[in-house]
Design a protein around this ligand. Structure first.
Ligand SMILES: Cc1cc2nc3c(=O)[nH]c(=O)nc-3n(C[C@H](O)[C@H](O)[C@H](O)COP(=O)(O)O)c2cc1C
Length: 193
């Protein structure tokens, strides 16, 4: 897809989570360029509460080989065929970026940091969409697996909140309808007392 330069509104309302990629490569540099812009997400105290582990290009293929043999407990009993079906959720993407946030001992800060990193992820998804690159925020159970965490160099006090997949795609999925705004908004009015 060509450079798009969508309006902010168009990027927000046309973006879809892409779960079926077409195998066309996404370069590491394209993702770090997107990240350069995405880090302008608001974050309280400018704590920059995020870091990233990126597997792209050749390294993504090596990552997939390790994931396949990883021995995720739930995958151990699977037949080869079912395992490959599970793996296809990952093999059809071209890259994955793990988003890591500090787990602040203070609840307020921890929530703020998670919220800020989520905004950064939305920035990434919109910027990628504008370039014709699809993404999907995935939270597979193995993100919290100690062995998997150590494979990615995750330190105590850190949490992986997203395995963000990148890839090109042929078709944009249909929009999933959202709950209507009028069902969600209460127009506050002062009560007489
Ligand atoms: C916090 C979060 C976690 C998600 N985890 C997964 C996941 O594990 N697997 C998946 O297929 N999609 C996951 N998604 C993507 C949602 O399924 C997707 O956003 C939703 O279906 C709405 O579709 P849309 O993004 O195309 O509008 C996640 C999205 C968010 C925000």
């Amino acid at each position: 897809m060509d450079e798009q330069a969508l309006s902010v509104r168009d990027a927000i309302i046309t973006r879809r989570s892409i779960k079926s990629f077409n195998g066309q490569p996404v370069e590491q540099r394209e993702i770090t360029d997107i990240l350069e812009d995405a880090i302008w997400a608001p974050n309280h105290g400018n704590r920059n509460p995020w870091r990233f582990v990126l597997a792209a290009e050749e390294e993504y293929q090596q990552f997939l080989d390790i994931l396949r043999d990883f021995g995720i407990p739930k995958w151990k009993e699977l037949s080869d065929e079912t395992l490959e079906k599970q793996m296809s959720k990952f093999t059809n993407a071209s890259a994955a970026m793990f988003v890591i946030v500090p787990e602040d001992a203070r609840q307020k800060q921890r929530l703020e940091d998670f919220a800020a990193a989520s905004m950064l992820i939305q920035n990434i998804q919109l910027l990628a969409w504008d370039k014709g690159i699809g993404t999907c925020w995935k939270t597979p159970g193995f993100l919290d697996d100690p062995k998997f965490r150590s494979l990615l160099g995750i330190q105590p006090g850190e949490r992986m909140i997203s395995m963000l997949q990148f890839g090109h795609f042929d078709e944009s999925p249909k929009a999933k309808p959202r709950t209507a705004v009028e069902e969600l908004v209460t127009f506050w009015q002062p009560t007489e007392s």
